[in-house]
Design a protein around this ligand. Sequence first.
Ligand code: CMX
Length: 440
Amino acid sequence: MGIIKDTFKSKADIANSEIKAILNEHGNKKIGEVTLAQIYQGMRGITGLVSETSLLDAQEGIRFRGYSIPELQAKLPKAEGGNEPLPEGLFYLMLLGELPTENDVQHLTSVWQRRSHVPSHVFQTIDALPLTAHPMTMFVTGIMALQTESHFAEEYSKGINKKDYWNPMYDDAMDLIARLPRIAAYVYRRKYKNNQHIQPNGLLDWSGNLAHMMGYNDPRFKELMRLYMTIHADHEGGNVSAHTTHLVGSALSDPYLSYAAGMNGLAGPLHGLANQEVIKWIFEMQEQLGTDSPTKAQIEQYVKDTISSGKVVPGYGHAVLRKTDPRFSAQMEFGKKHMPDDKLCQTVWNIYETVPPILQSLGKIKNPWPNVDAHSGALLVHFGLVEYEFYTVLFAVSRALGVMVSLCWDRALGFPLERPKSVTTESVKKWLEGKDEIWD
Ligand code: CMX
């Protein structure tokens, strides 16, 4: 076995014994109560999942294995001459719970390079879709076609012992992550660059290679991709993409099937697709107002019009966070450092000053602050990546890091099929009348 795989297995064995001991002693302790409102309103605040990779605090934002985003920016290894963390390092941290050394990260880069071959039938399958298909449809279709390569599915069909599930799961996770930049770049070049593809560069890191294959060679864009791939990787377990991947994986669907399912959830406008919606919304505002530098008063009116027409302000609000998303702040910092005079970034910053008080004044929105998607598009547009329908594919490539590590842990810890109880409104009414004993 490889070094990382060996270390993962020994850490998982220790964690397994710890969890058994915790459950033996405390398994009957109650964690909270569930209200009727919660089961009708998206299960907000119900603790019902274990996800080892990261933990979200409503006030502070995400911590990956205990480290905040600024801490990761300081502590994770960088590319030569770069300042942003390499996402390979975050993967290592999420998988093993330890900060990697430069060597660990270089090792991961070369392992993913070695595993990055994408079979030709994947490209042919993507090519079967019309060019009008959304990039997320092409991307997920490519992942589904790649499922032919699953070690987990193959081993399961041969009758693998359940104690060994983690092993082909780990190999699938590594292969899948390694292959994603190629598939994402293929979708981009097919849809937007006249099918003129760029071969991978075996000397580049995972994000640098993605940028290169998409056709972006500005070193600052590569740095942006490293930051982007790091901050979008994980947001604990309950968000739609992570939760779906985990849920589908709990049926022992292989990682390709599970990840594709999760990414279909990421493609929803209330989740990852919000990054395209933000830029579309700003472009429409610019067109409507006839300016690329709208004033705060103009923005305010546009926001109010958006709300009064029954639409959400994209990039604002969150189901858990109650403060400005530190992923937004990290991107704002990148923008202020590398492109302080960019008009679109300045509009994003003016929107940040304008939107929260308006949302707050409505009295019903729990979080008026920006989330990760409020900023990402403006940075991409700066480098010429104006094709905003592609943005969620970048989010999806990054999100693979978190959800694949979680699937490895799910199988190594022997987590069972996930199957919560549901009820009907008829049974709720009977229960309220004291007539239904089914779920008392
Ligand atoms: N603009 C207008 N209305 C908003 C709003 C926004 N940005 N955010 C919340 N609301 C509304 C909700 O639609 C809801 O209205 P109704 O009671 O009329 O149905 C009300 O405020 C209360 O919602 P909430 O409890 O504050 O928020 P939720 O937990 O239900 O939803 C989220 C969270 C993210 C779906 C919501 O804030 C939203 O739609 N934001 C815009 C889309 C977006 O940016 N999504 C990306 C999130 C990050 C990610 O996953 O990538």
